[in-house]
Design a protein around this ligand. Structure first.
Ligand code: AMP
Length: 433
């Protein structure tokens, strides 16, 4: 499937090309035609599935008609739970719309509201906002009567953070006829209730069931010291006569370094990462598919969306920094009718990461060593103490009372009313984000 076949317009294809996306992801393939057809959507999709482009690209295409009238009304609103996510979406939306004449503004709490009002006065087409700040602007006179598309990203998180009141207040300010796109990582009762209020005959999209991809894959962990990983990798590929294997690294630098080392071992390798041009990535991928190279080394971002699924073997040379990426990586194995194999080479520093991954996928992955590559027990003891401390520290962090509770306790223990007042004021601004 290509973006063009999904009905994506020329200017957007140019931007997609610049971003290095080659094929649409599952959620994009499902959502783009539906959004273009003006349908309401309820999508369960986690971060990393390409959900931002799934709503962002067709939204921009639908709202492309541009005007320079400073009094024009806002036509698109994207609500997101946090400032960080809003900033990320804003960046993504600007890159998607780089060849179009649309004004896209960011309205988040913690930033000067007057500066935001000045931007709005110049005329804006799409806003990305946190719910509290959106409501503040709307109650302060910003009209939402021209909104054609209303997006809620990470709706479950917004509800968990207590933003339901804001959403319920914003909703009646929108015109009766508008399109709503609701994205949520989970399908909880709370989200279902909200969807009943906001959506009209929605199309349902389930982009990634958490565990479904990893259940059928034969997964293994080999324990090995960091400095012997490349050697072990070459040994596994050679001794088991692998013909086509996708290897993941965490960074571009380690991908390049690994390729150098594997080449020394006589293996035919290619590499794809963010510093490679799109033409180069396509060529490498074709070489890999045609069997001209045995080992394709890739970073997470570069491999995402590329059509390189159904491979016999995936090897994690380094574990991903985000546990969810493990699912994307190993989900690439498994030929039709045959199970795939995913091997992770982990050193002492990654022991905590593998536990996080196991917690996420709900599976304990068997750990083994390869004869001749057993980890050095002295390194193990020294570093384990450090890691244990790190893990205990993380646990203690989780047990600490939430910010709200902590603030209440502080407020109680402070004697003077003046200080209590200040604390409350601070709490209010945090909440209104
Ligand atoms: P998201 O789930 O929207 O946070 O996207 C996760 C990452 O995947 C971002 O870095 C995107 O730039 C990237 N991405 C999204 N769609 C594609 C695609 N079709 N091909 C390659 N990368 C993509």
């Amino acid at each position: 499937m290509s973006f063009e076949k999904l009905g994506v317009m020329k200017q957007l294809l140019g931007a997609i090309n610049d971003l290095g996306y080659i094929n649409p992801t599952t959620v994009q393939t499902r959502a783009i035609p539906l959004v273009l057809a003006k349908s309401d959507i309820f999508a369960t999709a986690q971060t990393g599935t390409g959900k931002t482009a799934a709503f962002g690209l067709p939204m921009i295409q639908r709202l492309r008609a541009n005007s320079d009238d400073v009094n024009r009304l806002i036509r698109g609103v994207i609500l997101s739970p946090t400032r960080e996510l809003s900033i990320q979406i804003h960046e993504d939306m600007k890159s998607f719309a780089k060849y179009m004449n649309l004004s896209i503004a960011l309205l988040v709490g913690g930033k000067d509201i007057e500066a935001q009002q000045k931007i709005l006065k110049k005329g804006v087409d799409i806003v990305i906002a946190t719910p509290g700040r959106m409501l503040e602007h709307a109650e302060g006179g910003l009209s939402l009567k021209g909104v054609e598309i209303f997006v809620l990203d990470e709706a479950d998180r917004m509800l968990d953070m207590g933003f339901v009141k804001e959403i319920r207040k914003i909703h009646p300010m929108l015109p009766k006829r508008h399109q709503t796109l609701l994205f949520s990582a989970t399908y909880s009762e709370k989200v279902r209730k909200l969807s009943k209020l906001l959506l009209t005959k929605p199309a349902f999209i389930e982009a990634s069931k958490k565990n479904s991809t990893v259940d059928t894959i034969n997964q293994k962990v080999y324990l090995v010291d960091r400095e012997r990983k490349a050697e072990l990798l070459a040994y596994i590929i050679g001794s088991r006569n692998f013909r086509q294997v996708l290897v993941f690294t965490r960074t571009k630098a380690s991908a390049d370094q690994l390729v150098l080392e594997l080449k020394k071992d006589g293996l035919k390798c290619g590499v794809i990462h963010g510093d490679k041009t799109q033409a180069n990535r396509v060529k490498t991928l074709n070489d890999f598919k045609e069997g001209n190279i045995t080992v394709l080394v890739a970073t997470d971002i570069a491999s995402r969306g590329l059509d390189i699924e159904h491979l016999p073997y995936v090897i994690n040379y380094e574990l991903p920094s985000v546990p969810e990426d493990y699912i994307h990586r190993v989900g690439r194995t498994g030929r039709a009718g045959r199970d795939g194999e995913a091997i992770s080479l982990i050193d002492i520093y990654e022991k905590y990461d593998i536990k996080e991954i196991e917690r996420l996928i709900g599976i304990k992955i068997p750990q083994e060593t390869v004869e001749g590559f057993e980890p050095d027990p002295t390194i193990r003891r020294k570093d384990e103490d450090e890691l244990k401390l790190k893990s205990e520290h993380k646990k203690a962090e989780k047990k600490r009372p939430t910010k709200k509770v902590a603030q209440k306790v502080t407020a109680k223990s402070i004697k003077t009313a003046k200080v209590v007042k200040k604390t409350n004021k601070k709490r209010k601004t945090t909440k209104r984000d």
